[in-house]
Design a protein around this ligand. Structure first.
Ligand code: ASP
Length: 432
């Protein structure tokens, strides 16, 4: 008995710590462990540790379909004003497209300034098959699911969003007869949220494992030759987050940007380590509602949409990478090529799935559009994971910024909750 209480006493500071602090500690410990494993030639152990990370990622992915569907249906039934729903959708799309174009411009500017491709010879790289995207009209038609169950099974987020909106709308339209269904979804929503909370409490262990694996696999030596590409993207992501999102939050929403960044630290770190914005969605949903006080009716709509179509980090990466390839091959780009890169990167980022490495596949599309050699993709592939970490983190930050902005403009944010420091803690399931 004494032994058990001693053990619990020893763990108490950790268990009582706020979740974001646990995650930051796990991140740092993961890097240290990975670097040590790499330096001592123990990459295999890093590979084994990765399994814990994979387990954590599977747990959060498990939540995506029920979370999007249930919370969006509840979001729909909680707004009686359909015109408002349409307005929120329009604002989200304008925000998402506008900031994306901005992000690529920053990427291109940094690529021109920092010259990441100077002094690198790509001619020995392997040939790659270009990726082509389906015509735009086909993509639009594809949003309507022929079979909602298949859409859920495939995890097709846009199709799930579409079906959930229609379903919620129908519940509203039937009025009183739909009341039991509405109440059922409300109850289901509480259960799904509890489940999310439990899964998120494993984040520190998942983050530790994923970091140890990345640092253990890559070590520090691979980073040096392509260091300028990495630096350009990381600087770009930080600038975009601080000035574009921070600026929009403080100027347009008149809210504290410091509190905004504090409130989304958990999803940022989970995105950074998981490199999947769709996978991070449950964490983003929880943080934006609980830490920043955003009403569910906004968050349940703008976040899943953003995780699917809003990828500012990915778009910026396309810009930096395209310039890297052009410079490495000594190819001059003119104004029309830059405009083409901005347009295709925006489209490519919309079409990119929020899963690890998807941006790399879409890069071939951007390179092809301006006639750049696809061999560049092979070199970028070597460091893609490290680039993916930064761009996914920015992608998720953009979704959260848009959500806060819209919630403020629609008066759907609890300002007291926004101004209250962090609330997310590891839930005590033992007492539940
Ligand atoms: N991994 C990114 C995301 O999930 C997509 C990409 O590869 O750019 O947001």
């Amino acid at each position: 008995m004494a032994n058990t209480s001693q053990k619990i006493g020893f763990l108490a500071p950790w268990r009582n710590m706020l979740l974001w602090k646990q995650i930051v500690i796990a991140l740092v410990l993961g890097v240290i462990t990975g670097v040590l494993l790499h330096a001592t030639g123990n990459q295999a152990i890093a590979g084994m540790i990765k399994n814990i990370g994979t387990l954590f990622l599977s747990l959060i992915k498990m939540l995506i379909v029920p979370l999007i569907f249930v919370s969006l249906v509840c979001g729909m039934t909680s707004v009686s004003d359909m015109a408002r729903m349409g307005r929120i959708g329009l604002k989200a799309i304008v925000f998402y497209l506008g900031t994306t174009a901005f992000a690529i411009t920053i990427g291109l500017a940094l690529g021109l300034l920092m010259q990441p491709g100077a002094g690198i010879d790509l001619s020995a790289a392997a040939a790659m098959e270009p990726k082509t995207s389906p015509p735009f009209i086909q993509q639009l038609i594809g949003i309507v699911p022929k079979n909602p169950v298949a859409a859920a099974a495939d995890g097709n987020v846009l199709q799930i969003i579409f079906f959930a909106i229609m379903f919620g709308l129908a519940i509203n339209l039937v009025g009183d007869a739909g009341k039991p269904v509405r109440e059922f979804f409300e109850a289901l929503n509480s259960v799904v949220l509890k489940l999310t909370e439990i899964v998120i409490s494993f984040a520190p262990y998942g983050v530790f494992a994923l970091m140890a694996w990345v640092a253990g696999t890559y070590g520090l030596d691979l980073l040096l030759p392509l260091g300028t590409v990495i630096a350009a993207l990381y600087i770009g992501c930080i600038l975009h987050a601080l000035f574009v999102y921070g600026g929009l939050v403080s100027v347009f929403a008149r809210l504290s940007p410091v509190r905004f960044f504090q409130g989304i630290i958990e999803p940022q770190i989970v995105a950074f380590t998981s490199t999947s914005s769709s996978g991070t969605l449950p964490v983003t949903m929880t943080a934006v509602q609980q830490n920043l006080g955003v009403n569910r009716s906004v968050a349940s709509f703008t976040l899943p949409l953003g995780a699917t179509i809003n990828m500012d980090g990915t778009a910026m990466y396309q810009g930096v990478a395209a310039l890297f390839v052009a410079q490495a091959f000594g190819i001059e780009l003119g104004m029309s090529e830059y405009v083409t890169i901005i347009l295709t990167s925006t489209l490519a980022s919309i079409g990119t799935a929020g899963v690890p490495g998807a941006g790399l596949v879409m890069l071939s599309l951007v390179l092809t559009s301006v006639g750049l050699p696809l061999e560049g993709v092979a070199i970028i592939a070597g460091i893609d994971r490290i680039l993916d970490m930064a761009r996914t983190s920015l992608n998720v930050t953009g979704d959260a910024a848009c959500t806060v902005l819209i919630a403020k403009s629609e008066d759907q944010i609890d300002l007291e909750a926004y101004d209250t420091p962090h609330v997310l803690k590891t839930p005590d399931v033992s007492r539940a």
